[in-house]
Write a protein of this length. Structure first.
Length: 532
């Protein structure tokens, strides 16, 4: 990826786009090569770059300046590569206020150019892309909070009326601070896909199962995303797909309600959707799902799940099952405090006493032996109360960002899961999070034994005695703890980042859509009442 940015300031925004964009991208895809050039010297820095080798060319507030050399720059872009440009909207209300007040810090045009260097309207942006001989993929709008916009529009209303400008249209254009444009060198021939998801549970599983994969999928050309959230009371609309898009509808953790579900499933079938059920936990945990004979799972074309063990059970209800393992969305920054003599232990998100009760006596003995060791606990109040140490801190259930901030301060993480049928179907996400934050996992073999390498990327314990021994060893040997933390960090970086796996979803949906007639025939045999 190559980013070309403009050194000029941006009067419409105080954000430091160039500085943050590279860091953010590298946290999502640390394996990618990210080069940053100033617009004035872009060509001087491309001598060592092979032609047709760049996946993405990012023009960050520099489209106007780069326009004369854009044909040369696109030679370095792969045939299927993307051009992404973030440009400011000349119609944004803050820009207009600056103009009215005479505080505009930059000229709208360079002396030698007849087009704006930074600022565009919607129509001028489309025109510029056509002049460059590029294929416009889409233009997305970025809006910023505007608490004073309504008053601004109200104050301008006499002028808008005099100029015959519709106030609603003017307000809509003025909300947009930036345009995010995507274009290609050549017309794309890939199928257009519309992925619509009903999000029944948006809490802990929402980001890893829906929101983050959807954000990544939306970066793939010809892929559109639409989410409907139960908690917001959103209405499911089946008229939002475009005529040239293949359609997928995903029911995320949606409990069955038979016969009420017949109508919604029939409506999706009639409109040509591929129907997918999404599960990341054993559905038998919900009595309602059992009472209604897992109807939503059985009456979908196919099912996507988080683990192989869950797939084994779901296959009994619907034979068309695909595993999309949970992945780490972003890789945290490396830490420099791993070999501390005063490590902090972490336990978060463990709800059931049968998971943690067997190790509490052993943990208390270790804490008594090492009174300088602190422990942080999220949500598990009973576990926290059972700890016999004053060096402990409790946090109530918190948003994901806070959870990760706390975990990033800890050095050892306890991951206890009892060997139950429900637990065996869970994913190893907690281990991935610990590995990313370089907190050494001390984990049960249930679930974590499939991914954690004992003694190399963490420790497994099979009894309270082994738990006590290995926890004490991690406290006493900070150098070895740092080695294991580094190993786990490298492993998750190389194998379990979302950026390495997200395209699997679109590919599978397209495969299932191509086979939809056969899947529908199987569905008719499996749930005949859908077709009556």
């Amino acid at each position: 990826m190559i980013e070309i940015n403009d050194s000029h300031c941006d009067p419409a925004s105080d954000d430091d786009y160039p500085a943050s964009l590279k860091v953010e991208y590298q946290s999502l895809n640390p394996h990618g090569q990210y080069l940053t050039f100033a617009s004035r010297s872009a060509l001087d820095n491309t001598a060592e770059i092979p032609l047709n080798s760049v996946d993405c060319l990012v023009l960050n507030q520099s489209l106007g300046e780069v326009f004369p050399i854009l044909p040369t720059l696109t030679q370095f872009l792969r045939d299927d590569g993307l051009i992404i440009a973030c440009v400011s909207n000349v119609h944004h209300w803050r820009v207009l206020v600056n103009l009215f007040q005479g505080n505009w810090p930059l000229a709208l045009t360079h002396p030698s150019q007849s087009y704006p260097s930074q600022f565009f309207s919607w129509s001028s942006l489309r025109s510029l892309i056509q002049q460059a001989g590029l294929q416009l993929l889409d233009i997305q709008v970025i809006e910023q909070p505007a608490k004073d916009l309504d008053r601004f529009i109200q104050d301008l209303s006499p002028l808008l009326q005099a100029l015959s400008i519709n106030p609603q249209d003017f307000q809509q254009r003025s909300r947009v601070s930036h345009f995010l444009l995507r274009a290609t060198k050549q017309p794309l021939t890939t199928p257009k896909l519309f992925i619509q998801t009903y999000v029944a549970v948006s809490g802990a599983c929402g980001p890893v199962r829906v929101y983050d994969p959807d954000q990544f999928s939306a970066t793939i050309p010809h892929t559109r995303i639409h989410q409907v959230e139960k908690e917001r009371g959103d209405t499911i609309r089946l008229n939002v797909a475009r005529p040239d898009e293949a359609k997928v509808f995903i029911w995320q953790r949606t409990l069955s309600r038979y016969p009420d579900d017949l109508a919604s499933q029939k409506a999706l079938l009639d409109r040509g959707y591929l129907i997918v059920s999404e599960w990341d936990d054993d559905p038998r945990f919900w009595q309602q799902e059992q009472d209604h004979d897992f109807f939503r799972i059985r009456s979908s074309h196919c099912v996507q799940v988080a683990t192989e063990s869950l797939a084994t059970f779901i296959t009994q209800l619907n034979p068309h099952v695909k595993v999309f393992a949970n992945q780490l969305t972003r890789l945290p920054a490396r830490r420099n405090d791993l070999n501390t003599e005063q490590p902090i232990i972490f336990l978060g998100g463990v709800r059931y006493p049968e998971d943690w009760q067997p190790i509490v006596p052993a943990l208390n003995r270790v804490l008594a032996r090492f009174p300088h060791v602190a422990i942080k606990v999220i949500h598990a109040q009973d576990f926290f109360n059972a700890l016999e140490t004053p060096n402990k801190t409790f946090y109530p259930l918190c948003p994901p960002a806070k959870y990760h901030d706390i975990l990033h301060t800890c050095h050892i993480g306890i991951l206890p899961l009892a060997d139950t049928e429900f637990n065996r179907m869970k994913s190893d996400l907690k281990f991935l999070e610990h590995a990313g934050h370089q907190a050494v996992a001390l984990a049960s073999p249930t679930v974590y034994g499939h991914s954690l390498i004992d003694g190399q990327t963490g420790y497994l314990y099979h009894s309270p005695v082994e738990f006590e021994e290995k926890l004490a060893h991690l406290i006493e040997h900070p150098d070895q703890r740092q080695t294991i933390a580094d190993n786990a960090y490298q492993w998750v970086r190389d194998h379990r980042l979302l950026s390495q796996h997200y395209r699997e979803r679109r590919n599978w949906y397209l495969q299932m859509l191509a086979d939809r007639d056969r899947l529908t025939a199987d569905l008719k045999h499996r749930v005949p009442e859908l077709f009556q």
